[in-house]
Write a protein that binds this ligand. Structure first.
Ligand code: ATP
Ligand code: MG
Length: 425
């Protein structure tokens, strides 16, 4: 016998029993985004490797060790997208979208990173990305936070997440801070791990992002970037917190929050949770004005965030009052030759007339008993029973599958009214 082929490590199937929860979250996400007037954009999953090298930065976890890069048949170096910000901006520049007005965009889909798979960390994972262009802020920075706050509320997760906020200032401010930071870390060089020693010259701010517990103290005592910000950066930051204060949205200022990607400036934020162990960041983003010029565009503004859907789903699963959508509302049982034929006609009529009803019927026949078992297993609320006698009389039987109520007999047109009435959305 041939051996089974299995899915790639770190890449998962979402099985039919799991999709209702995904769809529940996706529906709420779409509604919240559209209530702020955001439009969807869809980009290819594969881009030129150069795009990610140039945008994410050579000295980042993603570019250094996580990309799925390959040569295609033409010998071009291509990469499965590890994130969406670069591709989204590439698309907008390519189509001249940034020459016109401001844009509020979102995308949704799989991303690829060759990481060590563990709970909340996969090699294919789904991100919701939200990107805005052409707005200097700080109001748009605050809008993105308000939008996420509304989303958490509608998902019933507001009490499970916290907002962390920081400002990375301008490139010039970071350069000054960088020097201060390098001096500090050099004084404590013996306490740095291998990764951090390497980053000391290439990307010292990333040391602050270290997840190594042994580094915790030396990082905690490092000088704070906030003290090196100029007036404009500080005002920008304060204006955001003023909006949050206005709306009673709680936040923590985390001066160690630098984010893993090189392109951020001024605002950075993360929504974190304590419910998911060490993979606690569910949503992360910030302002990245400078990336636009870095990718060949004219000086402009950009701010956005990305949310990891698997982490969001894991968080939803910690809720004990989840609304679970059933795949089937009503199940049609057909017994007898006439009933089999007429039953199909009736099923189509129901689908014409009862919008939204999920109606399934047994195919390949079978006894009443075996069809009844299938009806029960389907999770349906009612079985609609049709035998040859019922067909002759223009009637159907309705049996409640989840309630102790007697079976009812009614005309087919009454049955349509009955289903309409009982349809729970
Ligand atoms: P981490 O610090 O957890 O590695 P990151 O800084 O690499 O995260 P981003 O690039 O900012 O993450 O991506 C935004 C979000 O996408 C993360 O907050 C997380 O929810 C999700 N995410 C990132 N990498 C993965 C992954 N390998 N598997 C599942 N979700 C992921
Ligand atoms: Mg990462």
């Amino acid at each position: 016998m041939a051996t089974n082929i299995q899915a790639i490590r770190g890449m998962h199937d979402v099985l039919p029993e799991q999709t209702p929860l995904w769809q529940y979250a996706e529906k709420i996400i779409r509604n919240v985004l559209s209530s702020y007037g955001y439009s969807e954009i869809r980009m290819p999953i594969v881009e030129k490797t150069e795009l990610f090298k140039r945008s994410i930065g050579e000295v980042t976890d993603i570019v250094e060790k996580e990309m799925y890069t390959f040569e295609d048949r033409n010998g071009d170096s291509l990469t499965l997208r590890p994130e969406g910000t670069a591709g989204c901006l590439r698309a907008c520049l390519e189509h001249g979208l940034l020459n016109q007005q401001a844009h509020r965009l979102w995308y949704y889909g799989p991303m690829y990173r060759h990481e060590r798979p563990q709970k909340g960390r996969y090699r294919q994972f789904v991100q919701l990305g939200v990107e805005t262009y052409g707005m200097a802020g700080p109001e748009i920075d605050a809008e993105l936070i308000l939008l996420m706050h509304r989303l958490w509320k509608q998902l019933g997760l507001l009490d499970k997440v916290r907002l962390q906020l920081n400002s990375l200032g301008t490139i010039a401010e970071r350069l000054i801070y960088r020097e201060v930071l390098v001096n500090y870390f050099k004084q404590h060089q013996s306490r740095l791990d291998e990764d951090s020693l390497r980053r000391l010259n290439s990307n010292p701010l990333r040391i602050l992002d270290s997840k190594n517990p042994d580094m915790k103290e030396v990082v905690a005592n490092a000088p704070e970037l906030m003290s090196y910000l100029g007036e404009e950066s500080l005002q920008h930051f304060k204006a955001i917190t003023a909006v949050l204060d206005d709306f009673g949205i709680g936040y923590e200022i985390n001066t160690r929050l630098v984010r893993g990607l090189d392109y951020y400036g001024k605002t950075v934020f993360e929504w974190v949770t304590d419910e998911l162990g060490s993979q606690g960041t569910v949503c992360a983003g910030g302002r990245y004005d400078s990336l636009i010029e870095q990718l060949g565009g004219k000086s402009n503004h950009a701010v956005g965030f990305a949310m990891g859907m698997e982490r969001l789903l894991a968080l939803l699963e910690t809720r004990n009052d989840l609304p679970v959508a059933k795949p089937v509302d009503a199940y049609l049982i057909r017994v007898g030759e006439k009933a089999e034929r007429e039953g199909l006609r009736f099923a189509e009529l129901v689908r014409d007339q009862v919008a939204g009803l999920k109606l399934q019927t047994a195919v390949d026949g079978g006894s009443f008993k075996s069809q009844f078992k299938k009806a029960d297993k389907s999770g349906a609320e009612f079985a609609i029973i049709l035998g040859d006698d019922e067909v002759d009389r223009g009637e159907v039987g309705i049996k409640y599958l989840r309630k102790e109520l007697p079976q009812e007999t009614m005309s087919q047109s009454q049955a349509i009214g009955f289903l309409q009435q009982h349809l729970e959305v």
